[in-house]
Write a protein that binds this ligand. Structure first.
Ligand code: GLV
Ligand code: MN
Ligand code: MN
Length: 417
């Protein structure tokens, strides 16, 4: 394995869409995303992989050896606006490194190996998140995906055409033999527990909605407080309500308002409208549903209290996912065999592996994230962990290629991770 080659590629990709602090901004289907895609496709082609682009722009590079369906790895190369260097990129470039290493060593697996990058994993520019992998497994129609509007206006389908990634391969695709994704943890748990790697048992449930509040725009100096119908106040009350809800629930409950837009957004005008996003997650589906019900009731109450109207729009909703025990056990065995400390944990972030889990045995490997910082250019993982994590991925893919899964044993992967 060439750690130097892997790290050099991570650096080269990070320099596309550079932002202050050493991170990247490659919002899905932007010019920077196109340039990143072109670079990764070049690396795939240089290796002699068969590169296929599907109808929603997912790209799969396959080393077509052996027989049967491929063992697939991969992740995404789109980023949030303040992306770090590793989120997604590691899983894709590690997959290329695994294949290149095996080729150079003259080791041929008994079935194909594939490395993929999926469209719009982040969900920052188009919703839902994990859109490409969701369509890949048949969880959303191509037509619906192509119609998804960007936060800056254009349709996903038009942006795919514009950047040259509207492929012809149909979706859904045939299920791989198995899927494994290497990713940084993006949270603090491994580092805090002094465990070098994580075996990911599943992914928590995700509920995203957009809340649009309409009130009465008016003069900031002349309008008595008692006569106001102020969307900014209501937005603030929602933010505080969500924090209180997460505190009351405790455990794995997290709530975030990451985006608020006021109109007209001026110092001396009571706003006419506020639009905000709610990101609510829990590993337990029934608790997540209870949170959603409480939020709905609160929105009705606050609208009545403040004399505003509130409408909501669903952006994403995914139940918690449990990964396949056989792949989870295999990952744990490999980490153990390689002499590293390991922890089983659920993922707080969404991942393409949670979609692939619908159609084939799937799981993930986590590396530590320094201080748990992610979606931030300060995201950092020790280079030695990036390289060793890729070696673990290689061993896991090799073993998966030699593992036959009984046909009936792939259960729907819903539950509490
Ligand atoms: C994707 O990165 C998410 O979990 O928001
Ligand atoms: Mn990611
Ligand atoms: Mn991310």
């Amino acid at each position: 394995m060439s750690g130097a080659r892997l790290l050099a590629r991570l650096d080269e990709l990070a320099r596309i869409g550079p932002i202050d602090g050493g991170g990247s901004c490659r919002l899905a289907l932007s010019d920077a995303d196109r340039d990143g895609r072109d670079l990764v496709v070049t690396w795939m082609r240089d290796l002699g992989l068969d590169v296929v682009v599907d109808a929603v722009g997912n790209v799969v590079g396959t080393w077509s050896v052996g027989r049967g369906q491929p063992v697939m790895t991969g992740s995404h190369i789109d980023t949030v606006r303040t992306g770090g260097r590793y989120d997604g990129n590691l899983g894709v470039l590690a997959g290329i490194e695994v294949i290149e290493t095996l080729m150079q060593a003259g080791l041929t697996p008994p079935r194909p190996l594939a490395v993929a990058f999926f469209t719009n994993e982040e969900g920052a520019r188009f919703q839902p998140d994990m859109l490409g992998s969701l369509v890949y497994v048949g969880g959303m129609s191509v037509e619906e995906a192509l119609d998804a509007p960007a936060i800056d206006g254009p349709r996903l389908g038009d942006e795919l055409e514009r950047i040259g990634y509207a492929g012809s391969h149909p979706c859904p695709s045939a299920a791989p033999h198995a899927f494994v994704e290497l990713h940084i943890e993006q949270g603090p748990r491994l580092e805090a527990d002094d465990k070098r790697f994580g075996t990911v048992t599943g992914v928590q449930g995700i509920s995203w909605q957009e809340v649009a509040i309409t009130g009465q725009s008016n003069h900031a100096g002349t309008t008595p407080m008692s006569l106001r119908h102020d969307p900014a106040l209501v937005a603030g009350r929602i933010v505080v309500f969500l924090r209180d809800l997460a505190t009351r629930y405790g455990g794995d409950q997290v709530c975030t308002v990451g985006k608020i837009d006021l109109v007209p957004n001026l110092v001396n005008v009571v706003p006419r409208s506020a639009t905000l996003t709610l990101d609510v997650r829990n590993t337990d589906e029934s608790t997540l549903r209870r949170a959603e019900t409480e939020i709905t009731d609160f929105l009705a109450q606050v609208a009545a209290d403040e004399g505003v109207t509130i409408s909501t729009r669903r952006l994403a909703r995914f139940e918690p996912v449990v990964f396949d025990n056989r792949v989870v056990d295999l990952i744990e065995t490999v980490i153990d065999e390689r002499g590293h400390s390991n922890m089983r944990l659920p993922s707080g972030a969404g991942h393409d592996a949670q979609m692939l889990a619908r159609v084939c045995p799937s799981a993930m490997i986590f590396t530590q994230s320094h201080l748990g910082i992610s979606h931030n250019p300060a995201e950092f993982t020790d280079p030695a962990d990036l390289v060793e994590g890729t070696d673990i991925l290689l061993d896991v893919m090799w073993k998966l290629a030699h593992t036959e899964f009984s046909a009936h044993a792939h259960e729907p992967a819903i539950g509490k991770p």
